[in-house]
Design a protein around this ligand. Structure first.
Ligand code: ADP
Ligand code: MG
Length: 682
């Protein structure tokens, strides 16, 4: 009766057999209501579907029995542990089962009771026995949950077992759940309906039912992602730029040919893509991807130049003050002496320490940190916003910029090598430009994995190299995870390492220490000192910024490198190799399992971020590799980002349906819920 009143939003506290304590545990798994319960999918299934006669059992088999309890008693092992022993029979024979420390079992498994028993058979002492099997009383009605079938296994937490979860989820799948997917889509894509999919994902009758459930639920997930993206795209394109930029083809050509180097083919291609967007009436929203050192800055500069020619303004934002200053230096030299119709290209700089930004027409390009975005309102003639090394890829930033009457073009730049398919899924509302080529004559950073016994030799070699080349080095210690206690531990270890290196290893060299617990000011000072050549070695946590340009640094040493993903290692390595001199990267590894060796060897062999990302993707999967969580994107529950086929289909449908979404109220509601749950909670 009670279930009649249930709906998807019913909180877990109101469910049968869920008390306060269990409700708290469920919350730890992120389960707050019926919907969460139903979408807590099993991560695998134990196949207990085969019911075997006792006489046929063999050691090591995982099986289900159907039989009658003969005896069940508490007893003690030789070492004094409390165990429960039962004897079970069927028409073919008898077998024993034991449990540890579950005295209540003897009250349930009374002689004569019929049960299912499922688990692995093994020797216990000299006899074949079931050790801690699952059991379930045979009921007159309904199919069993824990045995005699494909049994779902869930992510668990302390004092919350799969068995308990199964029992609670089982009545919920009887709910009739409104299907938000339009029937046309379901038919065309050959998908089962939602209630059935949820039932099958938890309690499948066979393997095929798991597959068809997964197919439907994966489609849902990717479809909702794509709908969300399509909606963002629509909103963005709705805002028209009042004044599209004029061409100035001749002037742009002149600017490019006056550069101190020839653009690579890839740079030329992306410049073309970007400029063509800037000349349109719709605001551009583009992601520029390119490996560390591939030359994204000059590409951005060409865009800025077009704005300047048109008499409009641009802003360039970097994640840190130091990177902003570096951009200032680079762009000052690129735009030196640029005059057009008597106007010079003026660059403003917004330091984080200054409160107010200069207003009005005092500059053509304003450079600063990402915080600039909050102040961009005062820029009356802003037509291009460039966001460098941004992780969230402009979702929030755009909404900040959209609110004003006139929407500027946005160019987001990143060195994270996101494959096209993933970009298509997550950032499908952005157009993508990729620089997949390095400037010529760039030397490959020589990379070696250093075995433990060669550590001292390596130190001697390092000192010699630095002295001979008058060069500098980074020594980086890893951040294992980003919890506070880990950060503190790391700071401690990097401090100890710094002391050890300064006193015992490199007493003749000048060392500096950099870590995330230093105040911004102090941090800047140390990096400045290093970039001015006043330090020989910078001992650091991975806080050394992406993109920092210190040409005299030609050596990167990475401690415990097996703890890093390939993408991170590659980013760290990218901080050297920026001069004409040969650069080096030494990888120390604390442990050497097969997988980490594979990764470190890939570092020795390959220098391309895209290639390394591809390898990492195979070894570790997309969530880990691209830090999708950091990118403001929750983990997909069931769909795979490698499932290109479904991604494409979902995209086509999303774009088709977004303009008619008001005709599908259940879908509209689902999309809203999805956003609250999935995007904004991150
Ligand atoms: P990133 O893509 O990592 O931001 P940068 O824009 O900082 O890379 O460029 C790295 C270095 O390469 C800079 O010193 C830049 O002047 C130089 N550079 C860029 N493009 C070329 C090119 N086509 N030929 C030679 N050097 C280039
Ligand atoms: Mg850069």
């Amino acid at each position: 009766m009670k279930y009649k009143k249930l709906n998807l939003k019913t909180p877990v506290e109101d469910l049968y057999m869920v008390g306060e304590a269990y409700a708290q545990r469920l919350k730890r798994l992120g389960i707050n209501n019926v919907w969460d319960f139903l979408y807590h999918f099993p991560f695998r299934y134990n196949d207990y579907s085969l019911v075997s006669p006792i006489a046929s059992l063999q050691r090591g088999e995982t099986v289900t029995l159907k039989g009658t309890i003969v005896t069940c008693q508490n007893s003690y092992t030789k070492s004094g542990k409390r165990i429960q022993k039962a004897v079970l029979k069927d028409s073919s024979g008898q077998i024993e089962a034991i449990w540890f420390n579950q005295p209540f079992i003897v009250n349930i498994l009374r002689p004569g009771v019929e049960i299912f028993l499922a688990g692995k058979v093994d020797y216990f002492g000299s006899r074949l026995t079931f050790v801690s099997p699952e059991y379930e009383l045979l009921k007159a009605k309904g199919s069993p949950l824990h045995a005699g079938r494909l049994v779902p296994v869930y992510r668990e937490t302390a004092k919350l077992s799969s068995k308990w979860l199964r029992s609670r989820i089982s009545p919920l799948i009887k709910l009739s759940i409104p299907d938000f997917l339009p029937e046309g889509v379901r038919k065309k894509e050959n998908l089962i309906d939602l209630s059935r999919a949820l039932k099958q994902i938890h309690f499948p009758q066979n393997r095929e039912e798991i597959l068809s459930a997964r197919k439907r639920l994966s489609f849902d997930e990717l479809f909702l992602v794509q709908l969300n993206v399509a909606q963002r795209k629509k909103k963005w394109q709705h805002n028209q730029l009042t004044y599209p930029l004029k061409g100035y083809y001749k002037e742009i050509k002149g600017f490019i040919s006056a550069l101190p180097f020839k653009l690579t083919t890839a740079q030329n291609r992306v410049v073309k893509e970007i400029l063509s967007d800037l000349r349109k009436e719709k605001p551009m929203n583009r992601l520029l991807e390119g490996d560390v050192g591939s030359g994204k800055t000059v590409v951005a500069a060409i865009g800025v130049y077009l704005c300047f020619l048109n008499g409009w303004q641009a802003i360039l934002m970097a994640p840190t003050e130091i990177l902003a200053q570096q951009h200032l230096k680079t762009l000052k030299s690129l735009f030196k002496d640029k005059v057009f119709r008597g106007r010079k290209l003026r660059i403003g700089f917004q330091s984080g320490r200054k409160k107010k930004i200069p207003r009005g027409d005092q500059f053509d390009l304003l450079i600063g940190t990402h915080a600039l975005i909050y102040e961009s309102k005062v820029l009356k003639k802003l037509s291009l916003a460039i966001i460098d090394e941004q992780h969230r890829f402009g979702v929030e930033q755009r909404t900040k910029l959209i609110k004003r009457g006139l929407t500027p073009h946005i160019l987001t730049m990143t060195a994270t090598p996101i494959p096209r398919t993933i970009a298509l899924t997550l950032y499908g509302d952005l157009k993508l430009s990729v620089i997949d080529e390095m400037p010529p004559q760039r030397k490959k950073v020589k990379t070696w994995v250093v075995p433990v016994e060669k550590r001292m030799d390596a130190y001697i070699w390092i000192e010699k190299l630095l002295k001979k080349e008058k060069a500098q080095a980074f020594i980086v210690c890893p951040l294992i995870d980003e919890s506070e206690s880990e950060v503190l531990k790391l700071v401690k270890s990097v401090k100890i390492e710094f002391k050890r290196l300064s006193k015992d290893v490199f007493p003749d060299l000048k060392l500096g220490l950099l870590h995330g617990q230093l105040k911004g000011n102090k941090k800047d000072q140390i990096i400045k000192k290093f970039s001015q050549g006043k330090l020989d070695i910078l001992v650091s946590t991975p806080v050394v910024e992406v993109g920092i340009d210190i040409p005299r640094a030609i050596l990167m040493v990475i401690e415990a490198s097996d703890r890093f993903g390939l993408a991170q290692l590659h980013q760290l390595r990218g901080r050297v190799g920026r001069s004409k001199k040969q650069s080096y990267c030494l990888l120390f590894a604390s442990q050497k399992d097969k997988e980490s060796l594979k990764r470190l060897n890939a570092m020795q062999k390959y220098n391309s971020g895209f290639k390394l990302a591809e390898i990492d993707l195979k070894i570790r999967g997309p969530g880990e590799v691209y830090g999708l969580k950091q990118h403001g994107f929750g983990q997909l529950k069931i769909a795979s980002l490698m499932d290109i086929d479904t991604i494409k289909k979902a995209k086509v449908w999303a774009e088709k349906l977004i303009n008619r979404i008001s005709k599908y109220p259940t879908l509209q509601r689902e999309l809203k819920n999805y956003k609250i749950k999935f995007v904004e909670s991150n």
